[in-house]
Design a protein around this ligand. Structure first.
Ligand SMILES: [Zn+2]
Length: 369
């Protein structure tokens, strides 16, 4: 049987259950082992920045105060540590991925997944100020084979669409936009929905005032390699909403100034073709979602050199939902999920990690030479 490694990301605000699901991966393997079924050994890895919680939180008695196998501050420490293990027989679990890390940790995890490890990462997407938590948080979604989006209960209005984390200071007022991102002092963190997320001093785009107030909106990204079904899925939203709601559909990102403000559903294909003002554009779509627009974007998350596409890289951490559409490749009669894109004779071709491994040195990172 042909097998390949994978990278799964559990994303969401605090208290959304992502660490619980990370631990359930561990418990499932433990149970298989106990019952004499095939299992993989699990390696627990945690960022060392959060010194308040050196163990991994869990309510299950078997894993209470679970000690990580490695606490790291740099990608090099993770690289050295994982060299000791056989990739095809191990699962790598990474908690608190969002915290500061030296080196290209996203690129390393992508390489380790290609080398055969089954990897699960749990991460916050945004910090208290609504921006991507860190640069390596921006990168990880582009490399993922699967993303699971978690929502919390909003601590203010109690709806089940808590996608942001609000931080209040000792006086009970929300922290300013430009306060330090990593602050393990006495601040209070609470999950909130988009409408209840208050960030005093957050800059607004010059066109923001033209947005109308709708009900509850969201930002969804459908990403995938060349020849995946992402554009067809985007079009299915066009069919679904046409005649029911005002819909604007774009085959590639238009200039922000001409993007429809009057449609409540905005669909944009080929988002990877946007290559300037990528952060500004991402913040604008994010703001549309907060105002109540239903925004869905499709695009390729990686270039043929295996680098995150600049536009998707800015947008993915701000999304409420990410679905990754694989293409497929047949190897020895088996249908393998393909999430990488390579260039062959001038055209783009989706390949599995299994094929991709034959084209690169996984411990060097980057794309085919
Ligand atoms: Zn709320």
């Amino acid at each position: 049987m042909v097998t390949q490694g994978s990278l799964t990301v559990f994303m969401g605000p605090m208290s959304s259950g992502k660490s619980r699901d990370l631990i359930s991966v561990y418990l499932n393997e433990l149970q298989s082992k106990e019952e004499g079924r095939p299992y993989k050994d699990v390696i627990l890895v945690k960022n060392a920045t959060d010194t308040r919680a050196p163990t991994i939180h869990t309510r299950d008695s078997r894993t209470k105060n679970l000690q990580p196998d490695l606490q790291y501050l740099s990608a090099d420490e993770v690289r050295e540590f994982t060299k000791k293990f056989n990739p095809s027989q191990h699962i790598l679990l990474i908690d608190e991925y969002q915290f500061p890390t030296e080196g290209d940790i996203a690129g390393l995890l992508d390489s380790l997944a290609t080398s055969g490890f089954e990897i699960y990462v749990s991460t916050l997407q945004t910090s208290f100020n609504g921006m991507a938590f860190s640069e390596h948080v921006k990168d990880i979604f582009s490399y993922a084979d699967r993303v699971v989006s978690f929502k919390a209960t909003c601590s203010n209005c109690e709806n089940d669409y808590g996608v942001r984390t609000m931080r209040t200071n000792n006086e009970g007022t929300p922290d300013q936009f430009d306060a330090d991102v990593v602050n393990v002092g006495f601040d209070n963190y609470n999950p909130v929905c988009r409408k209840d997320h208050l960030v005093p001093g957050r800059p607004l785009h010059q066109f923001h005032q033209n947005l109308k107030e709708n009900g509850r909106g969201s930002l969804k990204v459908i990403s995938g390699p060349a020849s995946s079904a992402k554009s067809d899925i985007l079009k299915s939203y066009l069919v679904k909403f046409s005649g029911r709601e005002p819909v604007s559909y774009y085959t590639s990102p238009p200039d922000i100034s001409t993007l429809s403000r009057s449609s409540s559903v905005v669909l944009i294909d080929n988002y990877h073709k946007l290559n300037s003002d990528t952060q500004e554009y991402a913040m604008f779509l994010d703001h549309m979602a907060t105002k109540g627009y239903f925004v869905v974007v499709a695009g390729d998350p990686l270039t043929a050199k295996n680098l995150p596409t600049p536009s998707l890289r800015e947008l993915l951490p701000l999304a409420d939902d990410i679905s990754i559409e694989s293409a497929y490749e047949k190897i020895s009669g088996e249908r393998m999920a393909a999430t990488k894109t390579i260039q062959v004779n001038g055209s783009l071709k989706p390949v599995s990690r299994y094929t991709y491994l034959g084209l690169i040195n996984p411990f060097q990172g980057g794309g085919p030479q």
